[in-house]
Design a protein around this ligand. Structure first.
Ligand code: SF4
Length: 385
């Protein structure tokens, strides 16, 4: 696979002869695949040269640049899934679409399902962020997520990381939304970063039941603070996506989020079904989060959650002014994410045990540690092979 190009329009493109291209738009925070026959023209279009492309490709690439309220996003495989009939498991490129860099190992929240509970507040080797960023860049990702813990608590590391990665790959910041730093926000604006904020309900009490602060006393202000921070980013024209983890406690609040999030000016919404945390200390709280309402055990609860997500997905469409994406995140696909720990170690979640396993930064998808097709489908949606 070729290295990533930041095109004249600011859209990031990575091409591959056998596969086609993968694209990250910093205007919408969305990923797309472009089928082989349209790659050259898509590159020409993004570089403001002469092109000949189906309208559907142009419309998807310009989400967030052009405003077309009723344009429906049917697929992230462009111009449509059928154009990828040549796809088989051997043509998926061996370089990652996204690397999630857990830049911080601390957080002021204590979410009941925290996926990073085995990293947070645990001692870690101090590593040079500039060197880690270079190692990440060497793996040729299309985009890098600064995550944690709460990344905004690591101002200097973000600055160092952006010095290496900015303009070379797409940048996303996964934050709890409770922190805001105006200097960093200006830097995000300069590097066309997309902000992704975790929010599980628009009712403060419910959100704080799932995602309480470590200091419980301040829970009453959480939702207001997050909404104020969303407004600050949007005022700076920085795209914001909301991440919601669906558990038994909030599965009935999804319609409320779908109805109200667009009025906050957010660009889109990504939904994940909850997965069991690795951290032993979280197991009891996780059980409480799942065995709620009609569910008698965790398996029942998971089935109910999947049912609710399916109903929502059938009922609501994804539009260009508010994209909706259900992320493939069940227990069977845990190893579809590439993570880099604060120490600089590359890991993925083990599919069989509740733990992270080390992977080589030289061959991320080797020995089936990271599920290659699962990784592509996580960002692009499912394609039936
Ligand atoms: S905000 Fe994120 S990192 Fe912090 S506790 Fe919650 S899930 Fe974990």
């Amino acid at each position: 696979m070729e290295t990533v190009i930041k095109t004249k329009k600011g859209i990031f493109v990575k091409t591959d002869k056998e596969f086609g291209a993968v694209v990250f738009s910093p205007y919408s925070g969305l990923f797309f695949a472009i089928s082989k026959e349209y790659v050259n023209d898509a590159l020409n279009y993004c570089n403001e040269k002469k092109y000949n492309l189906p309208n559907d490709i142009i419309k998807h690439l310009t989400i967030g640049i052009n405003f077309e309220k009723n344009f429906e996003i049917k697929s992230h495989w462009l111009p449509e899934k059928n154009a990828f009939s040549y796809i088989n498991e051997n043509v998926f490129p061996n370089s990652p679409i996204v690397i999630n860099w857990l830049i911080s190992n601390n957080c002021c929240f204590n979410c009941n399902y925290c996926y990073a509970g085995d990293v947070i507040d645990k001692p870690t080797e101090l590593a040079d962020p500039t060197k880690i960023a270079q190692k990440i860049l060497d793996t040729n990702p299309l985009a890098v997520v600064f995550s944690g813990g709460e990344p905004l608590r690591e101002k200097q590391k973000i600055i160092d990381g952006l010095n290496v990665l900015g303009n070379k790959v797409g940048i996303m910041i996964d934050t709890n939304g409770y922190h805001y730093d105006h200097d960093l926000a200006k830097l995000f604006q300069k590097h066309n970063a997309v902000i992704r904020i975790s929010l599980d309900s628009l009712h403060n009490e419910l959100n704080s039941k799932i995602r309480p602060l470590k200091n419980n006393k301040s829970n009453a202000d959480v939702l207001n603070t997050i909404i104020t921070n969303i407004t600050k980013y949007r005022d700076m024209k920085i795209p914001v996506l909301i991440h919601t983890v669906v558990s038994s406690v909030n599965k009935n609040s999804l319609y409320d989020l779908y109805d109200k999030l667009p009025s906050l000016g957010v660009n889109g919404w990504r939904l994940f079904s909850v997965i069991k945390p690795n951290d032993e200390n979280k197991q009891e709280k996780f059980k409480k989060l799942m065995i709620f309402g009609k569910a008698k055990n965790i398996d029942d609860a998971q089935q109910e959650i999947q049912k609710e997500i399916k109903i929502l997905n059938n009922k609501y469409i994804s539009k260009s002014n508010f994209s909706l994406q259900i992320v493939h995140s069940s227990e069977n696909h845990k190893n579809s994410v590439v993570l880099v720990l604060p120490s600089g170690k590359f890991v993925t979640e083990s599919r069989v045990k509740n733990e992270k396993i080390e992977i080589s930064d030289k061959s991320i998808f080797d020995k089936n540690k990271v599920d290659l097709i699962g990784h592509y489908e996580r960002y692009l949606g499912q394609i039936k092979l």
